[in-house]
Design a protein around this ligand. Structure first.
Ligand SMILES: Nc1ncnc2c1ncn2[C@@H]1O[C@H](COP(=O)(O)OP(=O)(O)OP(=O)(O)O)[C@@H](O)[C@H]1O
Length: 638
C-alpha cells in the first residue's frame, strides 16, 4: 500500500485538474482509510471530462449559434439600440431580472430612459406644489411624476418569450473598444432565436420601433451633429424631443407665414420629387431667416419642422469637431426628408469667400425675399463683406457639401443669421437659398399679439380669479341606485355650469387682456425691442397684466438706456453680481477663433503660456461664439 501522504504521480496529475485534491485524498485516507489511488482511472476520466466539457460547451454553442440560430446585432450608436432597450425595459423578464442596470442619469447616452422628459429632465406635465409660505413641497400624490428609475438586464444572457418563440437577449461588455470610452458605452447587444429563419427577429425589432415612435407623435425630434462619445467619428445624436410648437405661436406677419407654409407644402408634396427628377433639378430647398437676435428665427424653424412632422438636425459650424470631412459625413447621413438647421451662419468663420470677379453679381442673389406685408424683393441691399476668418471649414467646401452629391436630396435647409450683409453671395444664391425671410423688431401689432398670447386664458391654465368648486361628497358605495343616477344628473348639470362659468370668465379675461394689450402696445416704442425682449419683460408679470402695463414705461426707459450705453446690447436677463466666481473655461473649450484670439492676447501681453494668465474677453465676442453655452455676461478666463 503506498503511503498517500507522499504524493503519488497519479495524484500529482489529478492535482493539476483539481487543485487541492492531494490534500483532500490524504484527509480521506486518514479518517476513512479509503485510498483514492485505487480509483485513479475513474477520477482521471471524470477530471478530463469536466475539463473538456467547458470547451465542448463553448464549441457546441458556437456551432449552434452559427449554424442553427439567427442573430440580430444592434449597434449601440444606432437609434435601434434605444428602441430595443426601451422595449426590453418594459418586459417582464427585464423587470424580474435579479441583476440589472438602474439608471436615472440624464447625461447617460441611454436617453431612451429619459425620452419622455423635457430638456430639464422633468417629465412633461410634472406638477410641483407649493405650501402656504411659497415653498415647493415634495412630490407624490396626484399626478406627480419625477425622474423615473428604469431597469434593464445587466451583462449576460437572458431568455424571454416573444410571440410564443424563445428568444435570447445578450448584453456583453465590448472588449474591442478602446479603454477611454465611457464604461456605459462599452457594450454589445444582440437578440437571437433558434432556427435559421430570422423573420421573428425582424418582427421584434419592427415592434420595438413602432412602440418607440408612438411616443413621438406631436413631438419635434431634435438631433445634433457631433463627435460620437469616446471616438473621433461624427454622427447625428438624438438629443431631445419637444412638444411641437404650434405654428400660430410664432408672431410674424401672416402673409410671410403663409408664403413659407405654401412653399414648403408644395416642396414636400409626393409628386414634387418626381417633378424635380424629371427635369434633372436637385430636389432640395433652402431658406434663409435673417434679422436681429430674439426675433423668432429659431422658433419658426422648430415650429415649421413640427408642423410638417419633420425631424430637425442641428449642426454647429463653430464646433471644434466640425471640419470639411466631418460635415460631409453628417450631411451624407441625413434621412430623406428632414429639416437641417445651420444657426448663426455668419459666425461660422468660413475661411474664405468664394466671390471672384468672374462670378456675375446677379447669379448670387436669393430668389425671393419675403418681408412683412407679403411683398417680395430680390436681393438684400447691402453688399456682402468677407466673412470672418479663422474657421475650419472653407466656404467652397461648405457649398460643395450643401449641394454636392453626398448631400441628401429631400432635405430642407434652414440657415439663420443676424447679419445678412456678412454672408457671401454664393451661399445665398438661388438653389441654395430659395426663400429669404426677414425678421424684424416688434411693431405695434406684434407687441399686442405677444401681450395677448402671454395673458390669454388657455386650456389647462388656471384663471387667476377662478374659485375651486366644493368636492366633499358621500362615497357612491353608500348610495342607492336612484341616488347614484340623481348624482350623475347633478354632476352633468354642474359640469355644464362650470363650463359656462369658465367661458364667461374667459370672455371677460379676453376683453380685459385685449384692452390692456392695446394700452401696453401704446407704451412700447415700435421697432425698438425684439419679441424676445418683450416676452422676457412680460414673463415677469405673467399673472398680473395690469402690473405689466404699469411697469412698462420704467422698463422701456431702463432698457433703452442700457442699450445706449452698451452699443445696442440687450441687458442680460440675469445680472451676474461682481462677487460671482468667474466662469472657468479651459482653452480647449473654445472655438478656433477664440483660441486664436487668446493666443494673440497672450502674445500681446508678453506673458508666456503656460503661466497662469487671466484674460477677460468682452461679452460681444463671447456672445457670438458661446451663445449655445448661454454665457450671458462678461466671462473671465483663467
Ligand atoms: N416672432 C416671435 N414670435 C414668438 N415668439 C418669439 C418671437 N421672437 C422671439 N420669440 C421668443 O423669444 C425667444 C427667442 O426666440 P428665438 O430663439 O426664436 O430668436 P432668434 O431670432 O432665433 O434669436 P437668435 O438670432 O439670437 O438666435 C423664444 O422664447 C421665443 O418664444
Amino acid at each position: 500500500m503506498p503511503e498517500v501522504t507522499q504524493l503519488s504521480p497519479q495524484l500529482a496529475l489529478l492535482d493539476v485538474f483539481f487543485p487541492g485534491f492531494s490534500v483532500l485524498s490524504t484527509a480521506i485516507y486518514k479518517y476513512s482509510k479509503i485510498d483514492l489511488n485505487l480509483y485513479f482511472p475513474v477520477l482521471l476520466f471524470l477530471g478530463v471530462l469536466i475539463f473538456a466539457s467547458q470547451y465542448i460547451n463553448t464549441w457546441a454553442w458556437e456551432m449552434m449559434d452559427s449554424h442553427l440560430m439567427s442573430t440580430a446585432d444592434v449597434r449601440i450608436d444606432d437609434e435601434m439600440y434605444n428602441m430595443l432597450m426601451a422595449w426590453i425595459a418594459n418586459q417582464q423578464f427585464a423587470k424580474r431580472s435579479r441583476r440589472f442596470v438602474a439608471n436615472t442619469n440624464l447625461n447617460s447616452r441611454m436617453w431612451f430612459l429619459w425620452r419622455d422628459y423635457d430638456e430639464d429632465g422633468v417629465e412633461d406635465e410634472a406638477v410641483i406644489d407649493f405650501d402656504e409660505s411659497g415653498n415647493a413641497v415634495s412630490t407624490g400624490g396626484r399626478g406627480k411624476k419625477e425622474k423615473k428609475v428604469q431597469f434593464t438586464p445587466s451583462f449576460g444572457t437572458h431568455y424571454f418569450w416573444y410571440k410564443r418563440r424563445l428568444l435570447i437577449f445578450r448584453r456583453q461588455q465590448d472588449t474591442r473598444q478602446t479603454s477611454w470610452g465611457p464604461v456605459s458605452e462599452r457594450e454589445e447587444i444582440s437578440v437571437s432565436c433558434f432556427g435559421r429563419n430570422p423573420t421573428i427577429l425582424k418582427d421584434l425589432l419592427d415592434d420595438c420601433r413602432q412602440d418607440f415612435l408612438k411616443n413621438d407623435v406631436n413631438r419635434t425630434i431634435i438631433y445634433r451633429g457631433g463627435l460620437k462619445s469616446g471616438t473621433s467619428e461624427v454622427a447625428w445624436t438624438r438629443c431631445v424631443s419637444r412638444v411641437s410648437r404650434p405654428f400660430s405661436t410664432v408672431v410674424l406677419d401672416e402673409s410671410v407665414k403663409q408664403s413659407l407654409l405654401d412653399d414648403m407644402r408644395d416642396y414636400l408634396h409626393p409628386y414634387t420629387r418626381r417633378w424635380y427628377s424629371n427635369r434633372g433639378i436637385p430636389y432640395r430647398r433652402g431658406y434663409l431667416l435673417y434679422g436681429p437676435p430674439g426675433t423668432g428665427k429659431s422658433s419658426l424653424s422648430f415650429a415649421i419642422a413640427g408642423y410638417f412632422k419633420l425631424k430637425i438636425y442641428i449642426v454647429s459650424l463653430n464646433s471644434l469637431a466640425m471640419n470639411e470631412e466631418n460635415l460631409g459625413q453628417l450631411f451624407s447621413e441625413l434621412p430623406k426628408q428632414c429639416v437641417v438647421l445651420l444657426e448663426d451662419i455668419d459666425t461660422a468663420g468660413l475661411t474664405h469667400t468664394r466671390k471672384t470677379p468672374a462670378e456675375p453679381e446677379e447669379e448670387a442673389k436669393p430668389l425671393v425675399t419675403v418681408v412683412p406685408g407679403g411683398s417680395t424683393t430680390t436681393n438684400p441691399a447691402n453688399p456682402p463683406t468677407p466673412p470672418p476668418s479663422g474657421g475650419r471649414i472653407s466656404l467652397s467646401a461648405l457649398l460643395n457639401i450643401l449641394d454636392g452629391v453626398a448631400s441628401q436630396e429631400g432635405r430642407v435647409l434652414i440657415m439663420t443669421t443676424n447679419h445678412l450683409e456678412k454672408l457671401d453671395e454664393a451661399l445665398i444664391r438661388p438653389g441654395r437659398v430659395d426663400m429669404t425671410i426677414k425678421f424684424d423688431l416688434a411693431n405695434t401689432q406684434m407687441i399686442t399679439t405677444i401681450f395677448r398670447s402671454i395673458f390669454a386664458t388657455l386650456e389647462g391654465d388656471i384663471p387667476p380669479t377662478a374659485k375651486p368648486l366644493p368636492t366633499i361628497r358621500v362615497p357612491s358605495s353608500s348610495l342607492s341606485k336612484t341616488e347614484i343616477s340623481l348624482r350623475a344628473i347633478e354632476d352633468e348639470k354642474r359640469k355644464a355650469e362650470e363650463e359656462a362659468e369658465f367661458l364667461a370668465l374667459k370672455k371677460r379675461e379676453e376683453e380685459k387682456v385685449a384692452k390692456l394689450g392695446e394700452e401696453f402696445a401704446a407704451l412700447i416704442p415700435t421697432m425698438t425691442f425684439s419679441p424676445a425682449e418683450i416676452q422676457g419683460f412680460l414673463l415677469k408679470w405673467k399673472r398680473q397684466p395690469e402690473m405689466a402695463v404699469k411697469e412698462a414705461p420704467a422698463w422701456v426707459e431702463k432698457t433703452k438706456k442700457f442699450k445706449r450705453l452698451n452699443g445696442g446690447q440687450t441687458p442680460p436677463s440675469r445680472h451676474v453680481p461682481p462677487s460671482t466666481p468667474p466662469h472657468l473655461l479651459s482653452v480647449s473649450d473654445l472655438p478656433g477663433k477664440l483660441i486664436w484670439e487668446w493666443q494673440a492676447a497672450v502674445q500681446e501681453s508678453k506673458v508666456a503660456p503656460p503661466a497662469s494668465v487671466a484674460i477677460t474677453l468682452r461679452f460681444d465676442t463671447l456672445s457670438m461664439t458661446l451663445a449655445q453655452r448661454k454665457y450671458t455676461s462678461t466671462a473671465d478666463m483663467v
